[in-house]
Ligand binder design. Structure first.
Ligand code: CMC
Length: 433
């Protein structure tokens, strides 16, 4: 909402000034409304990486990066992770309020109803190589859903949007688990309607048709909490990608496929895979100083994976819960010695005492401990980012719905500072040197 404050821009050469209104959110920094800036000044603003740019208005997630606070619809992540299951958090993301008991039951039924994939998606999988990265498979299969569910593609129809949202949240665990099964050459395991969301995912990952398989309830609870921790994180790269793709009117399945592609990168969701590879590369505690030195060297591209965040300049609150969950899982699995965990804890200790990391406010992020938990649960490294994608689908689809319903919404179309050739004369092929 607008407040009484304005910000004045001044052109130092002409002395001309322009006033812009300042808008305030419910909490967090104010924003300067520069929508008329180009029309008024004939200039663009320049902000690569959008470090100072708010791209939309949102009511879903709030982060105070300096204090290490994360709220979904106003509720602290610690409370949600402690007291809710993933389905309740998904409901909260989509609807703005936590469900009552009847609403929770109905929502869980609605999601369960959509967990199966169209049977022809089976044959779609066989087009992939067995050694395909699960994120490549997820990206392809999520995008392909738009070819299977024509009855929910009208983005102007709220009922279609609702069914597509349910379908995406419900089918993503099936898509991810089947990507894993395909890589092993094992038969796909169909979802079971008597299991909760996280439990069902673990069941589809690890059951085989040959014998009964019971999901360990402690591991199911840990997985549920991990999914909650990854559910949304306001306008990060993949969420902004989903919004940008959706701003042109693209269907939600295509938009989520775009989000998966963006999440795959090692600076974003791919970091959990990169952390584990880094810990393995470090190998022993005595080699930690060598890697910390490399991370600080401007001439070396190596970075401490799982450290640093665009928004958090304090301990990522999700990393704290993740570290606790890690201890619970290792205890349940009776893993007393975990060399990678030992290296991770020592690395964290050294980095948090190092002047470079203190000065740049680099703390462990959500990805630092998640890989160790996943590995202990028997989830292969290449599936780590796929797990992030299945959890984040809830945030993506909630943000996509919010964007479609936003009367201010326009197609996203940033401008640029052009530094290429100005207009020049064409040179025919024969005359080119
Ligand atoms: N190790 C060593 N130095 C680092 C690191 C790191 N992990 N992260 C940032 N820096 C330094 C960086 O070199 C820069 O130094 P200088 O100011 O001297 O040039 C300074 O800190 C600021 O870094 P930046 O790259 O300008 O910051 P950013 O906001 O653009 O990047 C980041 C944020 C998360 C991409 C970055 O911290 C990073 O690459 N971290 C490792 C990858 C990682 O763990 N990603 C997961 C993020 S959390 C999950 C998610 O949301 O996807």
């Amino acid at each position: 909402m607008a407040n009484t404050k304005t910000v004045t821009f001044k052109d130092n050469q002409t002395g001309k000034t322009w006033d812009y209104p300042v808008m305030s959110g419910s909490v967090g920094p104010d924003v300067v409304d520069i929508r008329k800036f180009y029309a008024d000044t004939d200039m663009f603003t320049y902000d690569p990486g959008f470090t100072s740019t708010g791209s939309c208005e949102s009511k879903i997630t709030f982060i105070d990066g300096d204090k290490g606070v994360l709220l979904h619809r106003g509720y602290p992540i610690e409370d949600l992770a402690e007291n809710c299951n993933f389905e309740e958090v998904a409901y909260l993301m989509l609807n703005g309020e936590l469900p009552n008991a009847a609403e929770k039951e109905k929502f869980e039924r609605d999601i369960t109803y959509h967990t199966m994939l169209h049977e022809q998606v089976h044959s779609f999988y066989s087009g992939f190589r067995r050694d395909a990265h699960p994120m490549a498979v997820m990206c392809g299969v999520a995008g392909a859903l738009s070819a299977f569910y024509h009855d929910s593609l009208d983005i102007t129809n709220p009922e279609h949007r609702k069914i597509s949202s349910f379908r995406l949240i419900a089918k993503m665990p099936t898509i991810a688990a089947w990507a894993y099964k395909y890589s092993l050459g094992q038969p796909f395991i169909y979802p079971r309607n008597d299991l909760g969301y996280a439990e069902n995912f673990l069941y589809m990952m690890f059951a085989t048709p040959c014998e009964d398989y019971e999901v360990n309830p402690i591991l199911a609870k840990a997985m549920d909490r991990i999914l909650i921790l990854h559910a949304d994180h306001e306008q990060n790269a993949s969420t902004s990608t989903v919004r940008l793709a959706g701003s042109s009117g693209a269907n939600p399945f295509a938009c989520i496929a775009a989000g998966i592609a963006s999440l795959w990168g090692p600076a974003h969701g791919g970091a959990n895979e990169a952390v584990l590879n880094m810990l393995k590369e470090i190998g022993t505690k005595d080699r930690i100083p060598e890697f910390v030195k490399r991370a600080k060297d401007k001439n070396d591209s190596f970075r401490l994976m799982g450290f640093g965040h665009r928004v958090y300049k304090n301990y990522d609150p999700r990393a704290r819960i993740m570290a606790r969950t890690c201890s619970e899982v290792l205890k349940e699995l009776n893993i007393k010695d975990n060399p990678l965990l030992d290296i991770a804890m020592e690395l964290e200790r050294i980095a948090l005492e190092d002047e470079y990391f203190i000065e740049k406010k680099l703390y462990p992020n959500v990805d630092f401990y998640s890989g160790i938990i996943f590995q202990a649960m028997g989830i292969p490294v290449t599936m780590f980012t796929a797990l992030f994608a299945l959890a984040r689908t809830t945030g993506w689809i909630a943000q996509w719905n919010e964007m479609i319903e936003d009367p201010q919404q326009k197609i996203g179309r940033p401008r640029q500072l052009y530094t290429g050739q100005p207009k020049r004369e064409f040179v025919g092929l024969k005359k080119r040197k």
